[in-house]
Design a binder for this molecule. Sequence first.
Ligand SMILES: [Fe+2]
Length: 118
Amino acid sequence: MSCVSAQTLKEGTDFEKKHVPMIECKNSVKPDEIYEVKIHTAGVEHPMEDGHFIQFIELNVEEYPLLRVQLTQHSKPDVVVNIKAPNEEHKGRTIKLVATMFCNLHGLWKYEKEVIIE
Ligand SMILES: [Fe+2]
């Protein structure tokens, strides 16, 4: 599995940018806040055609599975989901969102983003 950091991604190749499941969301949220998380390729569209396509996208909060979307060559590898921040007891903590994306030819790719609970 390839895990690419946000910094690496800025200077990354088009090959990396079309496989990395970039997470787009607020950097900090309030306890119990519902917030939107978008997962998409990092700036370069991945082909979605017979024989080469993204098969699934997953999102974990820390090690807990939150979402898995199965795709075919007839889909677009973008996901938007609303998730609920942890409660008041977690105020001041940071949670880690972990997205993975699987290409049937180029394997599993991972991206992580930290979100602060204000
Ligand atoms: Fe690919």
